[in-house]
Design a protein around this ligand. Structure first.
Ligand code: FES
Ligand code: FE2
Length: 445
């Protein structure tokens, strides 16, 4: 472009990052336009609107959006803003409706967004209102394995290109079964934290033996989980990969054990192992043997704010984030297994979750430090593992040499800069899809 980029916030050589991006209103306002106004955003799951005329009220950044399924089964993401003066046309969380009537003056929209009825169309407007151009503002929508994404950007690439080779890893959780997944929830709550801090935490396993020591000890004592230690982490064969803007952590193991999720305990382990063994032939058919047996997705984030499975981190100002925590389960899993996963998730993640409370306290303090004049003179340090990541013959993306690394965090803020400095999608680099997607699973499930 030839001009100096507006945002240079991370120093590649030192990993130092400017704290002002976590607290300044002007930066936040730019984020709403340059990131949340143009990226593909996770907004829901097909299982939350399974039938014709179902809808779910959700958000894209700060903007209220109605995710609808019309009578033909098509999905729409519609800005919840009446085209007359701007009143919200939908005031409930979810339901089933063919139309949305604005409660201010009565303009009425079909659930595909078309403006169908205007009181006084011929009398008050003298037939001069151009109804077809006053439908609800629609975002582009696409799905990946049942997860619904939307973008406001007409020039955005396809969702498949946007996810890129991250999907190679994501499939190992979201695309395992022919019957797909089912979303339960959400649990919603608000925290005084900047949205980026918790996104970068998705690849921060360094904190686990320290922050979660007490919670982990409870789990070791009562649930039979192995004890946590830094030594084990540094020696771990698990890995981090950064792929096309998305942060992945994964377990590389060929031990025929099920992926660890909250809900696994010494009492329930048999249930998980039995399910794993019963379904692995199907998973191998869908994903190929290598991914089915050797790759278990861990914590991860999809740029910008899709985290840990189906969890939305919705920005509510520079110093506030609204969390929507869904639990995703295989639709055809035994009901008892779904129950155990749901309860395990609530015990550990979510407003009252043991692990969540440990995390939130850290994020609050990190956010608060960014509001301090003195604190802002001293940048955050993200130097861990600088120069110790690169391509790997077996795994797509930029793979860190050790499990414990800040490579993904550095690259997340680099991706943030790319979005914030771009004039349009043409300026945002995209890694080509290079991974081999063995098996029958596709974007559509
Ligand atoms: S604001 Fe909706 S009908 Fe007037
Ligand atoms: Fe944590």
């Amino acid at each position: 472009m030839g001009t100096t980029p507006k945002y240079i916030v991370i120093d590649s050589a030192s990993g130092k990052i400017d704290r002002r991006i976590f607290s300044e209103q002007a930066v936040y306002d730019d984020e709403m336009e340059k990131i949340f106004g143009r990226a593909w955003l996770m907004i829901g799951h097909e299982s939350l609107v399974p039938a014709a005329d179902d809808f779910l009220h959700t958000y894209m950044g700060e903007d209220p959006v109605i995710l609808t399924r019309d009578e033909h089964g098509r999905l729409h993401a519609l800005l919840n803003m009446c085209r007359h003066r701007g009143n919200r046309v939908c005031r409930v969380d979810d339901g089933n409706a063919k139309r949305f009537m604005c409660s201010y003056h009565g303009w009425t929209y079909h659930n595909d967004g078309t403006l169908e009825y205007v009181p006084g169309e011929s009398e008050a407007y003298y037939g001069a209102l151009d109804k077809p151009s006053h439908g609800l503002i629609a975002a582009r929508t696409e799905t990946y394995a049942g997860i619904v994404f939307a973008t406001w950007a007409k020039d955005a690439p396809s969702l498949e290109t946007y996810l890129g080779d991250a999907r190679w890893y994501l499939d190992t959780v979201f695309n395992r079964r022919d019957g797909g997944m089912q979303a339960l929830g959400p649990m919603k709550w608000i925290e005084p934290v900047n949205w980026k801090t918790l996104v970068d935490n998705c690849s921060d396993n360094y904190h686990v033996p320290t922050s979660h020591l007490a919670s982990a000890r409870v789990q070791t004592r009562w649930l039979g989980r192995p004890a946590l230690s830094h030594e084990d982490q540094f020696a771990s064969p698990n890995r981090h990969a950064f792929v096309n803007g998305h942060s992945i952590t994964f377990r590389d193991a060929d031990d025929n054990l099920p992926r660890y999720v909250h809900g696994v305990s010494k009492e329930t382990f048999g249930l998980f192992q039995e399910y794993h063994e019963a379904t692995i032939p199907e998973v191998e058919r869908r994903l190929g043997t290598f991914r089915a047996r050797r790759v278990q997705l861990g914590n991860h984030s999809l740029f910008p704010n899709g985290i840990l499975g189906l969890r939305l981190a919705l920005p509510r100002g520079p110093l506030k984030t609204e969390f929507w925590h869904f639990v995703l389960v295989d639709r055809d899993a035994p009901e008892e297994l779904k129950r155990v996963i749901r309860i395990g998730s609530q015990a550990n993640n979510g407003a009252a979750g043991m692990f969540e409370q440990d995390d939130v306290d850290n994020w609050r303090q990190v956010t608060a430090a960014s509001t301090s004049c003195l604190g802002r003179r001293h940048p955050q340090d993200l130097s861990m593992g600088l120069g110790h990541a690169g391509p790997h013959p077996d795994y797509p993306g930029l793979v860190s040499k050790r499990y414990i690394s800040e490579n993904n965090q550095r690259l997340f803020y680099r991706r943030w800069e790319e979005f914030m400095n771009a004039g349009s999608w043409a300026d945002i680099p995209l890694d080509p899809i290079k991974a081999r997607f063995d098996g029958t699973a596709t974007m559509r499930g």
